[in-house]
Each structure stands twice: as C-alpha cells, then as structure tokens.
Design a protein around this ligand. Structure first.
Ligand SMILES: [Zn+2]
Length: 121
C-alpha cells in the first residue's frame, strides 16, 4: 500500500510527462485536475486515493505508474539477485488476485472494488 507521501511523489513525477503520454486535450485536463489535487494534498487533505484513481483511469499511464513505482521501490544493487517478497496481490473484499512481473510494481485494481488497495496474497 502507498503512503500519501509516495503517491504525491509518483504524481509529481508523472505530471510533467502527461503531454507525451496522452492526447493533448486529455493531458491538459488531467494536468489541471492533478494540480488541484496535489494542492489539496499539500494542504493536508486526504486526496491521495483520488490522485491514484485519476491516474489509473488512463490506460496509457498505468505502465508509467508501474515504472515510477518500481524505480523507487526497487533500489536493488545491479549485480545482486532481487529478493522476491510479493508479486501476488488480492482484493480484501473478494477473490480477485493479480500477479505483477516484478516486485514493487502496482497490481491492476480489482474491477469490482477499484478503490480498495490490494493486499499481499
Ligand atoms: Zn474486489
């Protein structure tokens, strides 16, 4: 699960890349919404889940989200084998599970409970 701090970092890392990743009108709209949400987040409001939802709604951003997350979750020295912790996640409310190819990547949210953070299976 992400800390609010992490979500803000990821959002801030992705925001400047929006025009490259999305059609111009969508990028502009998303940029506007993200700026507003980040402002609220910085003011201490609990809008982190909204930020994640906003980004996850864009198919084109999901791989980018995984990249940003993997980058910061996986500071593995280049010549040592990564130690697997968890790559399998499940929804706490149903039997949905998702497996990611690499530790530290974000699983696809449960389609029935998209706002519920998945937990390690
Ligand atoms: Zn579910």
């Amino acid at each position: 699960m992400f800390t609010p701090e992490r979500i803000r970092q990821i959002a801030q890392a992705i925001q400047p890349q929006l025009p490259e990743l999305l059609p111009a009108d969508i990028a502009a709209d998303l940029d506007f919404q993200l700026t507003a949400l980040l402002k609220q987040a910085n003011a201490g409001q609990p809008v982190e889940q909204q930020i994640l939802d906003l980004l996850y709604r864009q198919e084109a951003l999901r791989s980018q989200l995984q990249l940003e997350t993997a980058k910061q979750f996986n500071p593995i020295p280049s010549n040592s084998a990564p130690i697997p912790t968890t790559t399998t996640f499940r929804c706490p409310h149903c039997d949905y599970t998702d497996t990611v190819p690499q530790v530290g990547m974000i699983p696809e949210p449960c389609s029935d409970h998209p706002n519920v953070p998945l937990i390690a299976a």
